[in-house]
Design a protein around this ligand. Structure first.
Ligand code: HEC
Length: 173
């Protein structure tokens, strides 16, 4: 009985010390809060675990639109207007805005594309955004068709019609 009491006391004290350490870490200004700060230990791991679990639950399993030239062109128009400022264009320098962000927005047309991701996952990210990253949710501002077109564009960078390529390689306004 006595042993259990001691163990319990130890456990409570341990928890109190941990809570106090967490409190002082934050209240004395050690937690990384600026976008320029290096990532928190395990930050990427924890956030991507939460995100992936949620996406697995909610993402549509297949695309609602076909991969056609019209849809890819529509995707390029949406992308250049709403996404390029953060995710970059083809053969254009990265914008000053995107350089200052944390986490960094992947430059989707220069080696960091999402053509390997399931389309439902990309659709989910555009529709819902990714909290605390700067990636906006577009569900209020774009139609489902526009979101699917942008998704198909990112999934099929090798199938772009010439008109879409022209839009994606024109410097941002
Ligand atoms: C204000 C900046 C900003 C804008 C505008 C923006 N994004 Fe993002 N986006 C981000 C950031 C930052 C991330 C990285 C999030 C992370 O690290 O989890 C991201 C992530 C993504 C991802 C996931 C990439 C991956 O590797 O898994 C996709 C897909 C995406 N964005 C598509 C879009 C599309 C399409 C648009 C336009 C309709 C758009 N984004 C507009 C900032 C932006």
């Amino acid at each position: 009985m006595k042993i259990i009491g001691l163990l319990l006391l130890g456990l409570i004290l341990g928890l109190a010390v941990m809570a106090a350490a967490g409190y002082f870490y934050i209240s004395f200004g050690y937690a990384p809060v600026s976008t320029a700060a290096p990532p928190f230990p395990f930050e990427k791991k924890i956030t991507s675990m939460a995100l992936n679990a949620r996406i697995k639950k909610e993402a549509p399993s297949q695309a609602a639109l076909q991969v056609t030239d019209d849809n890819l062109l529509g995707g390029a128009q949406t992308y250049s207007k709403y996404c390029a400022v953060c995710h970059g264009l083809v053969d254009q320098p990265q914008t000053e805005i995107s350089k200052g962000m944390f986490p960094k927005p992947p430059q989707l047309f220069s080696g960091h594309g999402v053509s390997d991701d399931p389309v439902g996952e990309t659709y989910w990210k555009i529709e819902n955004g990714i909290r605390l990253t700067g990636m906006p949710a577009f569900r209020q501002s774009l139609s489902e068709t526009q979101i699917w077109q942008a998704t198909l564009l990112l999934a099929n960078p090798e199938k772009l019609p010439a008109a879409a390529k022209t839009i994606l390689s024109s410097p941002a306004p």
